[in-house]
Design a binder for this molecule. Structure first.
Ligand code: UTP
Length: 299
């Protein structure tokens, strides 16, 4: 039987983003820029680079800026044309060329409920999920591409994971399993959302990249609210693992937890340093800061 291709991706972006208040009161957290590009654009680009053909964004109220960002902007384009700012014009046009579908999650009942909103868009095929809280830098092979490659070989749901420090396990879905085939690949036998460190079955955390079989929708329809009184995708995936093969795969790449302030700042600094236009000057500035030993009056 031919393996079904992963053609579609779902990007949930309906959450309130409370960890970034007050910035996220009227601005979606997905629009916060890492240097000069909104976080959501890094995620959309990763999906496209990985071979995904169609993207569904799950939004909610106060998220209209995301739709505007991926729309055309005739007045701005005319102005850039008039001023002969061709590089900027190309940047603006490129974002409008990306074809994205949108659906609104009416009540923020949790990530599991957000994924359930994608049921009719996905139909009966495997699909990718990317969360904007995790940005992964891997210029050779994106995190999602690595998961798709595993999916195509093992034909089961694949969860993108990395090891996190023990004091961070309570922030993630944690999995445990038995090693199979490829390096870094486990067949999942246990999964817990946000466990206390003493209850965590391992330090292997699910980090915002998934390839999921469509059987998940039937399970999500039956999933009761779990921790935080939210419908948890982790709970539904664990139920799926009881009936079908679910794999956890340790993907390669530098991952930034941009859902929290420190992680967001780390991503900003490192992405800026990698840029050829501002990287060298920014490095000089950082050296000055360090010379002052953190004393701002010495800068
Ligand atoms: P988070 O809980 O990390 O996102 O959900 P949040 O709620 O936006 O952030 P904080 O904790 O209040 O700061 C993980 C992902 O699931 C989406 C979020 O947008 C985020 O991408 N999500 C969460 C939904 O789409 N709908 C929900 O009901 C909950």
């Amino acid at each position: 039987m031919e393996i079904k291709k992963v053609r579609k991706a779902v990007i949930p972006a309906a959450g309130y983003g409370t960890r970034f208040l007050p910035a996220t009161k009227a601005t979606p957290k997905e629009m916060l820029p890492i240097v000069d590009k909104p976080t959501i654009q890094y995620i959309v680009e990763e999906a496209l680079e990985s071979g995904v053909e169609e993207i569904l964004l799950i939004t909610g109220h106060s998220k209209r800026a995301i739709e505007d960002h991926f729309d055309s902007s005739p007045a701005l384009e005319m102005e850039l044309e008039r001023k002969h700012k061709n590089d900027l014009l190309q940047l603006v046009r490129e974002t409008a060329d990306i074809n994205i579908h949108y659906i609104r999650q009416k009540k923020m009942l949790g990530l599991g409920d957000a994924i359930l909103c994608a049921k009719s868009f996905i139909g009966n095929e495997p699909f990718a999920v990317l969360l904007g809280d995790d940005v992964v830098y891997n210029p050779e092979r994106s995190a999602l591409r690595q998961l798709i490659d595993i999916y195509e070989r093992y034909e089961g749901t694949v969860l993108g994971c990395q090891i996190v420090p023990e004091d961070k396990v309570s922030s993630y879905g944690i999995v445990a399993g038995n090693p199979v085939g490829d390096t870094g690949l486990l067949k999942v036998r246990n999964m817990i959302e946000k466990p206390e460190p003493e209850d965590a079955p391992s330090r292997m955390a699910v980090l915002g990249r998934y390839i999921i079989e469509p059987d998940i929708f039937e399970i999500l329809e039956q999933t009761k609210p779990g921790i935080g009184n939210e419908i948890q995708l982790t709970d539904a995936l664990f139920e799926l693992a009881k009936h079908k093969d679910v794999y956890a795969f340790a993907f390669e790449g530098k991952r930034y937890d941009v859902g929290n302030k420190l992680g967001f700042l780390q991503a900003t600094v490192e992405y800026a340093l990698r840029r050829s236009d501002i990287g060298p000057n920014f490095m000089e500035y950082l050296k000055e800061v360090i010379k002052g030993n953190g004393r701002l009056d010495k800068i």
